[in-house]
Each structure stands twice: as C-alpha cells, then as structure tokens.
Design a protein around this ligand. Structure first.
Ligand code: TXE
Length: 479
C-alpha cells in the first residue's frame, strides 16, 4: 500500500490533522493507497507557499514554457507507470490508460509549452495614443479535478495555469490520487521553484470547499458533477472569482438515414462505452432515423456483444470496472428505473460473471435500452456508466428537438454522408461541441466546454490563455 502525502512548498507532508483516507482499486477491492484527509489548514499552508514565491510571475513566459517541456519529458519517461497507476486507481482498461490518459497527460504539457509561440500582445493604435493588452497572472489558481480521467484533466489545467504565471493549488479526486502524486514527484524531481505547484488531497466537501472559499485564490477551474458545480459557483460568486466549470453531459449521437454506420460502428460503440461510459462526452443517447433503426440496432448490438469485459490489465480488455461500488449501485438503479419507465434492455443490464479476483469489482455489462420515451428520466439524466438508450426519429427537426430536450449541453455527434446537412444540424444544437462523422477528435487549440447545465467557460489553446490570466489594457498618450 502506498502512503501518499500532500505536496506543499516543495515538501511532501501529511495533513496537519494527520488523518487519512483509504484508496481502493475498484476492479479488485484491493486497498492500494492512503491519502491525507486535508482541511482548510492545509489549504492555508499551500496559500502561504504560493505567496512566498515572488518570482514565478516575473520570469518570462518562454522560460515558464521551458519548465512545462521539462515536465512533459519527465512524464514521458514514466509513461508506462502512469498507465498502470491510472488503470489500478480507476479500473479502466490498460490500453485506454496508455493511449488516452498517459498520452494526453504528456501532450497537454507539451501543447501548452509550444503554445507560447502563438501568444501575442494585441496593440490598438489611435491617432494620438497606443493601447497594449497584457495577460497578467491572477496569482493563485485553484484546480479541482474528477476521477474519470485523473491526470489527463489535471494536466489540462496545471499546464496553462503555470504558463500564464500563476501558482497552483491542485485538488484531485479523493478516489484517484495516484497520478496527481506522480505529477508532484515529477515536479519535485525537475526542481520547479518551491511554492509554484502545490497538491492537496482530501474530500471535496472539506479541502475542496476550503479551496473555493479562500479569499486569496482568485481563480477556480473545476471539472466534475453538475450539482457540485452549482456549489462551487455559489461559493465563488460573491468573491468575483474567475471560474470555469466543466460539468456533466447527456450527449446525443444522431444517425441519419444516409449514414455509413457500418463503416463507423466501432467509433459509435466507442462513443457510448469509452471508459465504461464515464466520460462527460460519451454519446449516451443514440437517435436513429426510423428507416434504418432496426438495422442499426442489430449491428450495434452485435458489436457491443463482442466487447471484452474483465481484467483491466489484460491488453485486449475493452471494458473495465466502474469507479466504485457506490457508483455501480447508482448505475444499476438507473437501469432498474429505465425498466420501470417502459424501457427494454436488449443487451446487458447485469453484472458480468468474472473470475474470483474481480468478484468484488464494480463491473457492469455494456447495456443497451430501447423503447424508452426520449423524455424519460433514464434518457435525460446523466447516468455516467455503460448504459446507452436508443430512440427512433423520423424527421431531422425531431432529432434536433430530442437532442436539445435535456438540461445538459456539452456535446453531440452527427453521422451522415451529407456533410453540409450535418453542419446545418450542428448549428441548431445547444451544445458546446459537435462532431460530424467522428467523436472525441480533439484539436487542443479549440474551445472546450458546455452550455446549459454542462457548465460555463471554455478552455483550450488561447481560450485557456485568456481564462488563466487577467487582461489589462495600457493606453499610452502619444500626443
Ligand atoms: O463528482 P464531484 P463525483 C459527474 C458524473 C458523476 C458525478 C459525480 O455525473 O456521476 O459527476 O461524480 C471535488 N467544493 N462527473 O462525485 O463530487 C471532488 O473531491 C469543491 C462529470 O466524483 O463533482 C472532486 O475532486 N470541490 C465529470 C471533484 O470535486 C468539491 C467527471 C469532482 O467531484 C466539492 C466526473 C465542493 N463542495 C464526474 N465537492 C466530467 N464532466 O468530466 C466535491 N468536490
């Protein structure tokens, strides 16, 4: 079992009250680590550490980008270790942990290191004056991340926050602390100046809340559930903090009658079940034009039935464990609710039969539900598990209406041979991101974020530069 500590002012420390939280591998139930149960006192210590560093914001952005590159290189050296840790901590398949989590974590640092070449100071000339716009650091950035893509999402925030000259206090999910700790080890090893990066472990309602409440922390970037997002927004608003909230989704996958869905079936299945459906972008509602409905359901079901579920460390496993037994229960309750609401489970819906080692794991078969009203709770609330509902529609305007019916507005995908028609439909959808004939095809320069209950703000490329800094216009009179 690994004993994990906070990382404050360049030192690994227990929480001040010396309390701990146990951390389990959800696939096996094995105790893998203990983390500090930190409180507002530890947050204060981290704030003091940030305050004591008076140099980070003064060094050039190019120098800070060099530090990001060093972090990327060192993370790359520990690539396989990251993948293994992430798989054990979350229960996700090792291939996914490698190709998505480890790869993107390294790339996030490298991407923001290279972005320095794209950051230019705008100037606005007048007849008698010149305006120069600066991006000043805010001071301390509070970064709160969830358990589904632990280091991937943490690095997405840490890299731009540091690039723009802020000091960081990061609070990862208490369910998945391992790779955040690895990042602290990397940062310690390369010798990043003390106090620039601080990591606090603990419960969200305790140290997470204390982080948001702290007056001196001027910016909060949060990824997590919509209900928690509301608490964060309510706490931060009276202090006029800059906030970015990446929350849940109930994303529609729209399949038009001319779609080459047999060609794309692997992508469509992936969009429904990647990471056991625990990605905020997962297409958990599939809307299919009625003339191809039967055929689509048959082919989709067949491909899903071939998915290999089980030992997350097997190279060919496609579906691993959910994050916890508690979350498994929530998802199973949603499946029961869908049946009560008139749904027909045409595949899955149960716990799979697995070898003894995984008998206490949080596994659920990939589950397909049809015949459910698109207005039902199971079809409109975020389940965040391996459950997809399929609904027929006849005219395009109906598909748009169904897609927009939920409170969420994160993403959607549209599958059609007629790209122009796909783009026209995309404009009618109330979501931050729309993919046409692809899914999770990410260019990190683009704005990422949701509408409605999926959050506020956009991060990515120059949008992150803007969010992680405060703009100042300096107007110099030349007359
Ligand atoms: O999220 P939480 P959970 C959704 C998904 C999932 C639900 C709950 O629907 O079922 O969220 O997951 C910290 N002040 N997503 O319980 O609780 C917490 O410790 C400050 C979507 O994990 O929102 C953790 O670090 N922080 C999402 C982080 O917030 C608080 C991915 C997220 O935890 C806090 C994961 C508080 N009062 C879940 N309370 C996505 N969009 O990717 C908790 N935290």
């Amino acid at each position: 079992m690994k004993l994990i500590q906070n990382y404050i002012n360049g030192k690994f420390l227990n929480s001040l009250n010396d309390e701990f939280i146990e951390n389990f591998n959800p696939a096996t139930g094995e105790l893998i680590a203990s983390i500090p149960r930190s409180s507002n006192k530890d947050i204060q210590l981290a704030v003091n550490a940030c305050r004591s560093n008076d140099n980070w914001h003064k060094i050039s952005i190019t120098k800070r980008a060099e530090w990001l590159e060093k972090i990327a290189n060192e993370l790359e050296n520990r690539y396989e270790e990251i993948a293994l840790m992430e798989s054990k901590d979350t229960g996700k398949p090792i291939s996914l942990a490698r190709n998505v989590d480890a790869s993107r974590s390294v790339y996030n640092f490298r991407f923001f290191a290279n972005l320095v070449n794209e950051i230019h100071q705008p100037e606005f000339k007048m007849n008698d004056a010149i305006n120069r716009v600066l991006n000043k650091p805010l001071g301390i950035a509070g970064l709160i991340t969830p358990w589904n893509l632990p280091l991937y999402l943490l690095s997405w925030k840490v890299a731009p926050a540091l690039l723009m000259g802020n000091c960081v206090i990061a609070k990862p999910s208490e369910l998945t602390p391992l790779t955040a700790n690895l990042l602290a080890e990397v940062i310690d090893k390369i010798g990043l100046p003390k106090g620039v990066f601080n990591l606090i472990h603990g419960y969200g309602s305790e140290c997470g809340q204390a982080l948001v409440e702290h007056q001196e922390i001027k910016l909060i970037s949060f990824t997590g559930g919509t209900e928690t997002g509301k608490i964060v927004a309510k706490t931060a608003a009276p202090m006029f903090k800059k906030i970015s909230l990446e929350l849940g989704g109930k994303n529609a996958t729209i399949i038009l009658k001319d779609a080459e869905f047999e060609k794309h079936i692997d992508q469509i299945v992936k969009s429904a079940f990647l990471n056991q459906g625990q990605v905020c972008l997962c297409g958990s509602r599939i809307l299919v034009q009625d003339s191809i409905y039967e055929k689509f359901v048959e082919i989709f079901r067949l491909r899903v039935s071939q998915m290999k579920i089980g030992n997350p460390l097997d190279e060919d496993t496609e579906l691993g464990s959910l994050i916890s037994l508690r979350h498994k229960e929530t998802v199973m309750n949603y499946i029961a609710m869908a049946i009560e609401e008139g749904g027909n489970v045409i595949y899955g819906g149960k716990e799979p039969i697995l070898p003894e080692t995984f008998s206490n794991g949080a596994f659920i078969e990939p589950t397909i539900i049809t015949d459910l009203s698109h207005k039902s709770k199971a079809a409109t609330e975020e389940i965040f598990g391996p459950v997809v509902t399929i609904h027929p529609f006849s005219e395009i305007h109906e598909a748009i209406k169904i897609a927009n019916i939920t409170n969420y507005g994160l993403s959607a995908s549209i599958w059609t041979k007629d790209v122009q028609s796909g783009e026209n439909i995309a404009k009618e959808l109330d979501t931050g991101i729309v993919w046409i004939n692809c899914w999770l095809h990410r260019d990190l320069r683009t704005p990422f974020g949701g509408m409605k209950d999926s959050g506020i703000g956009r991060e990515g490329g120059l949008y992150s530069v803007e969010f992680f800094s405060e703009m100042q216009n300096i107007c110099t009179f030349l007359g």
